[in-house]
Design a protein around this ligand. Structure first.
Ligand code: AMP
Ligand code: MG
Length: 294
């Protein structure tokens, strides 16, 4: 790691936007071409990761505050960010929220974890419960699982007929297109872990009593359906990867890379909004005089 003039260690600089490196090209998807242990776009080694990730915190915080401020002003109220986290069990959706999203002021984020739908939710269209959790103006929305479960777990477990789920890809594309039109920037992240790494993480959960709460015996049954899930993810990544709502494939076997990558993607997308501080809608000079005289 390079040293700065005051002798501190400076984190290495990235040379290419990560959103370019990890953005999945539109078109045919072959899952075997993704390396879950890759460190794509990361300019250092594991030892650089904490400094690289921490280095994002001040900018992330500044950008989030700008977004929040913009949410108060009529003309910029439409600007919103939605991070969609999908991945197999143990891929680290919770870890990303803790370590990457955790750097943002909690007042500026709206996090929603989607579980199996309730009876009430099942009585509605599958997008109904999703729509209700979209981030309001000024907030960064985080989805831990999402509408994609309706073409993942639902497809793998035949929870609805194929004639029903097979219609959903186009429907999701149209719905997301509509969100983008409304000013919502989607950052769809597929946390890609290998089957071997998942096994290690499940074993680690069992060996550590402080992690037993995270272990769900049902995860092993899901694991047995690994190939079916891979095919379901492949279909999602191929059919729901559009120019305006692309997927980012995040190599997730290395937790430190995964956390840095999602934080970096978030910073890049926030930067791209070009957020300006709202201009005062009152006379600043006059207000200064009033405060001084008070
Ligand atoms: P977890 O994220 O580990 O807390 O588990 C949430 C569970 O909810 C997972 O087993 C998901 O597959 C399940 N789930 C989420 N969305 C749906 C859905 N639309 N239909 C059925 N199951 C779902
Ligand atoms: Mg789970």
């Amino acid at each position: 790691m390079a040293k700065t003039s005051d002798g501190n260690l400076a984190p290495p600089l990235i040379t290419k936007p990560l959103s370019e490196v990890l953005r999945l090209p539109v078109g045919h998807v072959d899952m075997s071409t993704f390396d879950p242990a890759a460190k794509a776009g990361f300019p250092g080694d594991k030892q650089d990761a904490p400094a690289m990730t921490d280095a994002l915190a001040p900018e992330l915080s500044d950008l989030q505050e700008r977004l929040f401020a913009a949410g108060r002003v009529e003309e910029s109220r439409t600007q919103r960010i939605l991070v969609v986290l999908q991945g197999m069990d143990t891929s680290g959706k919770g870890g990303v929220i803790r370590h990457a999203i955790g750097m943002v002021d909690p007042q500026g984020v709206k996090i929603k974890a989607f579980k199996a739908p309730t009876e009430e939710e099942r009585a509605h269209h599958y997008l109904w419960r999703i729509e209700r959790e979209l981030p309001p103006p000024g907030l960064i929305g985080i989805f831990d699982r999402s509408h994609y479960e309706d073409v993942l777990v639902v497809r793998v477990h035949n929870l609805v007929e194929e004639s029903v789920w097979s219609q959903r890809y186009d429907e999701i594309n149209a719905w997301e297109e509509d969100l983008v039109d409304q000013g919502i920037v989607l950052i769809k992240c597929f946390l890609n872990i290998s089957s071997g790494e998942q096994k290690q993480r499940l074993i680690a959960r069992l060996e550590d009593p402080t992690k037993h709460w995270k272990y769900n015996p049902g995860d092993v049954d899901e694991r047995a359906k690994w190939p079916a899930y891979q095919e379901a993810y492949r279909a999602v990544l191929e059919r729901c990867n559009t120019e305006r709502a692309p997927w980012y494939v995040i190599p997730s076997d290395r937790k430190w890379y995964r956390n840095w990558a999602v934080a970096q993607l978030l910073v890049e997308h926030l930067r791209a909004l070009g957020l300006q501080w709202p201009v005062a809608d009152f006379d600043v000079t006059a207000e200064k005089a009033r405060v001084a005289a008070s």
